[in-house]
Design a protein around this ligand. Structure first.
Ligand code: HEM
Length: 131
């Protein structure tokens, strides 16, 4: 995500920086692991969520306008291609979004930012659909 104007704060700054990205991603995967309503989404993932947790944290840092941790280490994200091995339909997309919205609410992401992120993340999640 890019800020609207050159001098306006990035979404990364509005969110609260590195510790807050980490907190959001940790809550997201904890919810995915423990809430029954995200069962189908959880099932697409492996036995542990540790690599997914680390990579989403690194990716979101750069995507939100902070340090480009993911691309520095892994190069271009090629997100759609990297998700092709996993069967992602509307159910998985909607659970991913619902889980992220719940994580944003529970970690108290400011409402205006939350709404902007929701819209942008939905476009990304929908683009990942391959079934
Ligand atoms: C639409 C529903 C989605 C599903 C079901 C899904 C599922 C997955 C799975 C199973 C993995 C592999 C995890 C592992 O390494 O163990 C993964 C990786 C990843 N996902 Fe998603 N994902 C979804 C949407 C998204 C969205 C919207 C984003 C970004 C905003 C995202 C970012 C990533 C990243 C950065 C990786 C690591 C890629 C790599 O380096 O291999 N995913 N995802």
């Amino acid at each position: 995500m890019q800020p609207d104007e050159p001098n306006s704060p990035t979404p990364y700054q509005l969110l609260g920086g590195d510790a807050k990205v980490r907190e959001l991603v940790d809550r997201f995967y904890d919810l995915m692991d423990f809430e029954g309503k995200y069962r189908e989404l959880r099932a697409v993932h492996g036995t542990t969520l540790e690599s997914a947790r680390e990579k989403l944290y690194m990716f979101l840092s750069g995507w939100l306008g902070g340090p480009s941790l993911y691309t520095d280490r892994f190069g271009h994200p090629m997100l759609r291609a990297r998700h092709l091995p996993f069967a992602i339909g509307a159910v998985e997309r909607d659970q991913w979004m619902a889980c992220m919205v719940q994580a944003m609410e529970e970690t108290e992401v400011p409402q205006e930012l939350r709404q902007a992120l929701e819209q942008a993340l939905f476009r990304t999640a929908d683009w990942m659909r391959n079934r």
